[in-house]
Design a protein around this ligand. Structure first.
Ligand SMILES: Nc1ncnc2c1ncn2[C@@H]1O[C@H](COP(=O)(O)OP(=O)(O)O)[C@@H](O)[C@H]1O
Ligand SMILES: [Mg+2]
Length: 410
């Protein structure tokens, strides 16, 4: 094992942990990167499988070429062949133009096929052919094309079982699995659980601008003894929920265990206990409310980010600066993400209490200016009655109070 190389990869991708199995997996990725062998990354959901194809790409001679990540489970069966291999004009209804597939776009680079077990059998056959000799045929074409791509796959499904059930081709499995990388579940990583937790708490304290959480010994014991069925993804969620919801920053084992659903409970920590049959208690109602609050808060944060990026895009378009990625960045092509700022008419009327566009005469108001102005106007309309203004703005009185102080509104 080359410790320096592993350390380097961990730093580059923000991977936390010193568990020997994890380090071995990272080491294998680095070593195999220099070859063109296909790699299959296996592991439960949430263990961090997506780091590995990136480590491989960045440590390979292909690092300056394209890296395309495809989530096979997210593409409808009807279009997956066309997305991966392209199609010719008129290949099917709606194919008004020809289209390059990812395999041709990533020529010279790396393709990451996530959730590879979700591929339909017919697509599996096409994939096998690319793996064997780099050949593929666009949908609706008869012309054989060539591509040179490195393929890394990931799955949380036990492929031998899928093979025995006739859902996965055995020959494809052997071909993909030239080099297996197993990413261990969190419950086998010992002290890493605590390391990861501390790191996430710190991140969320910064993100939400709240004081950092402190775990006492019993809380630490609770997370160390928990089975983490959702692995690091779940741990991150729990850290986020605690950071937002627990006003008392020192966390005890009792508090912690409320966020850790047991086997027979729902996987949604905040809703656990809801179906316990004991009827609705104050406790469970409060948890449901917290859950709603938590979602709202996350939505707001996301909306803010989207607004920011829309503003950035707008500014960029005005400057006519071409968009390019730095050579050291991995150009990830993201698929199937609908433009988030697509407002539907039924959404728009929710903003009926917001001031008209004409009321914003000045151009280039900052987001903060807009917020301050909106609050001022709501207060004016409600003759200074904070309770009513908060209601109209759809925020809590406490948030309104904080904003009033923040903006120094009289
Ligand atoms: N060792 C780790 N250190 C830091 N973050 C991690 C680690 N492993 C996983 N994560 C984070 O956990 C989440 C789930 O990881 P992901 O790669 O999407 O899981 P998988 O693809 O295996 O389901 C991501 O937010 C990822 O950044
Ligand atoms: Mg994944």
């Amino acid at each position: 094992m080359n410790i320096a190389e592993i350390q380097n990869a961990k730093q580059q991708f923000g991977i936390i942990g010193n568990d020997p199995e994890l380090l071995r997996a990272i080491d294998t990725a680095i070593q195999v990167a220099k070859t063109d062998l296909s790699v299959l990354v296996s592991g439960e959901s949430g263990v961090g499988k997506e780091f590995f194809p990136q480590i491989i790409h960045k440590n390979s001679v292909r690092k300056h070429a394209k890296y395309i990540a495809v989530n096979c489970g997210a593409i409808p069966e009807g279009t997956i062949d066309s997305e991966l291999f392209g199609h010719v004009k008129g290949a099917f209804t709606g194919a008004v133009n020809e289209r390059k597939g990812y395999f041709s776009e990533a020529n010279g680079g790396t393709i990451f096929l996530d959730e590879v077990a979700e591929l339909p059998m017919s697509t599996q056959a096409r994939l096998l052919r690319v793996l064997e000799n780099g050949e593929f045929i666009r949908v609706g074409s008869s012309e054989v094309e060539k591509t040179n791509v490195r393929i890394v796959c990931a799955t949380n499904v036990d492929l031998p079982t899928a093979i025995s059930e006739g859902r996965f081709r055995e020959d494809l499995y052997y071909r993909l699995n030239t080099v297996p990388i197993n990413v261990p579940p969190l419950r086998r990583r010992g002290e890493d659980v605590f390391l990861l937790f501390k790191k996430f708490c710190l991140d969320f304290a910064v993100k939400y601008n709240v004081p950092k959480l402190q775990l006492d010994e019993s809380a630490k014991a609770a997370i160390m003894g928990y089975s983490w069925p959702g692995n690091i993804r779940q741990l991150k969620n729990v850290a986020e929920q605690l950071s937002i919801l627990e006003l008392d920053r020192s966390i005890t084992g009792d508090v912690m265990s409320r966020y850790l659903p047991q086997k027979n409970e729902s996987n949604l920590p905040m809703l656990s206990g809801q179906h316990s049959g004991k009827g609705r208690t104050f406790e469970s109602e409060r948890e449901i409310l917290y859950n709603v609050l938590f979602d709202m808060r996350r939505d707001i944060t996301e909306l803010k980010q989207q607004l920011e990026s829309m503003r950035a895009m707008h500014a960029e378009a005005q400057e006519h600066t071409p968009y390019y990625t730095e050579a050291h960045e991995v150009p990830v092509v993201q698929q199937h993400i609908a433009p988030a700022y697509d407002l539907r008419p039924q959404d728009v009327k929710r903003y009926e209490h917001l001031p008209n566009a004409e009321e914003y005469v000045e151009e280039a108001l900052s987001l903060n200016d807009v917020e301050k102005k909106t609050i001022l106007m709501a207060l004016e309309r409600n003759r200074g009655k904070r309770r009513n203004a908060a209601k109209e703005l759809n925020i809590s009185e406490r948030t309104l109070y904080r904003k009033i102080k923040e903006y120094g509104i009289e």
